[in-house]
Design a protein around this ligand. Structure first.
Ligand code: IMP
Length: 490
């Protein structure tokens, strides 16, 4: 039951901390920012502007804007991602309403000015309370909606950091208070509040997440390491050498949250009061139990290769895989054998890309290839895959060798034509490699006619030369190179 709750809602303690933290938020806004007509950023900023201009209570605008954003977010990113935001928005709305009812003048409805005419003092106090509240709430994975919701929605589609855009929006919100008060001081106070609350927030987040690294040198290292392990800390023991005595020493390395350091010291001291210990602040700790590395890996652009032929796929992935993510027909959910009814390689390649575009909507590329043998008038050509049996390489090779039995001219050419469907146009790229057909199969690698084809300049078949060589000199390699040059040039 507890686990099921946790998997959907997260840790219940987070909700308690968020509720307590947001109390400070409501106090800061109600007691120090609203009575002094200070505008900060975000949805609260917009809501307070409307309050100053019309008297429409801040929590109502705050709730309406966030509700609209939340409806969008639930549709786009799912309600599971929005639970803590819904909770945060609900709590802030109730607190703001309650705080105003508690402190307002029952007759005039005015909010008290607790620090008299000292507006700057109000700015500092209000912003610090806001920063502390948001810091604690964020540290417990909380959110008060607004920009967080927009970020979640935008990040679903685009991998961009919204920091700068949000900063510009905040500046616009704060600056617009000029149209209500015609007072530059209010704008300066608004920016001051934004900066102070931002700095406070960073400080709170930093101190709750601050991590430390211990180096522990002790003859009783194994007892200390086991004890720390038992108490739930991950421990690594390194080999070291005490240089004065030239004896082997073990060094315990341990990374933990700063708030856990007293516990760690007491475990060490209870086992070895003379242990030599160093403790350093860590700038950042990333990995299990700590933070997630925030760098976004550059995503490779994706290309759909209209084939389910594993051999062709692995050759093309070997050639293009470093630059592009190659997806096969299966990867896009297409299991059908696309009919190859044209009488040229180019025609067949175009049929495949047209089919994928028409039924699956993807721009893609496809290859049609085959072997043209001079003494057989260019056969098997476009029928290479079905020369003797449908995709039966053994039967195809047998038939080829039989048909060439008494022929002196054994020259042949592999041809590949790649068709590319790209932004409403179809392009084609051709590659070929000349060689000869030998008398019997040699080699285990490759596929199709590889065991009987020796490319010019070599004395081994494609099946013997292996993928590394084949992928540099083959008909497919030449066509793929042209495709790649084209993609890079566009
Ligand atoms: P496609 O799927 O119509 O292009 O069929 C091409 C057929 O030509 C394959 O089934 C193979 O028999 C043959 N083929 C094409 N490329 C190669 C290659 O690189 N090595 C060996 N046989 C190939």
């Amino acid at each position: 039951m507890k686990e099921a709750f946790k998997s959907v809602f997260g840790d219940y303690k987070d909700y308690i901390f968020i509720a307590i933290a947001l109390l400070f938020y409501a106090i800061g806004v109600t007691l120090f920012l609203l009575p002094y007509q200070i505008t900060t950023g975000g949805v609260t900023g917009i809501a307070s502007l409307i309050f100053y201009a019309t008297g429409f209570e801040i929590q109502n605008t705050y709730l309406i804007i966030n509700a609209i954003l939340l409806v969008l977010a639930i549709r786009i990113v799912g309600w599971k991602f929005c639970i803590k935001t819904i909770y945060g928005v609900g709590v802030v709305t109730i607190y703001l309403w309650l705080a105003q009812r508690l402190v307002e003048d029952p007759v005039t409805g005015e909010l008290p000015r607790l620090v008299g005419d000292q507006s700057f003092m109000a700015v500092v106090l209000g912003a610090i309370l806001e920063g502390i509240a948001l810091g604690i709430s964020f540290a417990h994975n909380g959110s008060t909606g607004g920009t967080d919701i927009i970020a979640a929605i935008v990040n679903k589609y685009k991998d961009v950091s919204l920091g700068h855009i949000m900063m510009i929006i905040d500046c616009l919100i704060i600056s617009s208070c000029y149209f209500i008060f015609h007072d530059w001081e209010k704008i300066v106070f608004g920016f001051t509040a934004l900066i102070i609350s931002g700095l406070t927030l960073d400080h709170v987040m930093y101190s709750t997440r601050q991590s430390v690294q211990f180096f522990i040198f002790s003859r009783n290292y194994s007892k200390i390491a086991s004890k720390l392990n038992e108490m739930g800390f991950g421990v690594t023991v390194l080999d070291g050498t005490g240089w004065y005595t030239h004896t082997e020493r073990k060094v315990i390395v341990l990374i933990a949250r700063k708030r856990q350091s007293n516990r760690i010291f007491s475990y060490i001291k209870s086992i070895d009061p003379y242990a030599f210990v160093s403790m350093n602040n860590c700038q950042g700790v990333y990995g299990e139990g700590f933070d997630v590395m925030k760098v976004k890996l550059k995503q490779k652009p994706t290309l759909v290769f209209a084939t389910n032929n594993e051999n062709k796929l692995s050759e093309v992935r070997a050639m293009l895989g470093r630059k592009y993510e190659i997806r096969s027909l299966k990867d896009i959910g297409c299991d059908v054998e696309i009919p190859e009814t044209a009488d040229t390689f180019e025609g067949n390649a175009r049929l495949k890309v047209d089919f994928v575009k028409k039924y699956y909507g993807f721009d893609c590329f496809a290859d049609d290839s085959g072997l043209q043998v001079t003494a057989l008038g260019g056969e098997p050509g476009v029928l290479s895959a079905r020369y003797a049996g449908d995709h039966d390489s053994d039967a195809n090779n047998d038939k080829l060798l039989l048909n060439l039995k008494d022929k002196k001219d054994r020259s042949a050419r592999f041809v590949t034509v790649i068709a590319l469907e790209y932004k409403g146009k179809t392009y084609s790229f051709e590659g070929s490699v000349d060689g000869r057909i030998i008398e019997e199969r040699r080699g285990e690698g490759g596929f199709g006619y590889d065991p009987v084809f020796v490319p010019d300049g070599y004395d081994k078949t494609f099946a013997e030369l292996g993928d590394d060589v084949k992928n540099k000199i083959s008909h497919r390699a030449e066509a793929v190179k042209k495709l790649c040059d084209f993609l890079e040039s566009t």
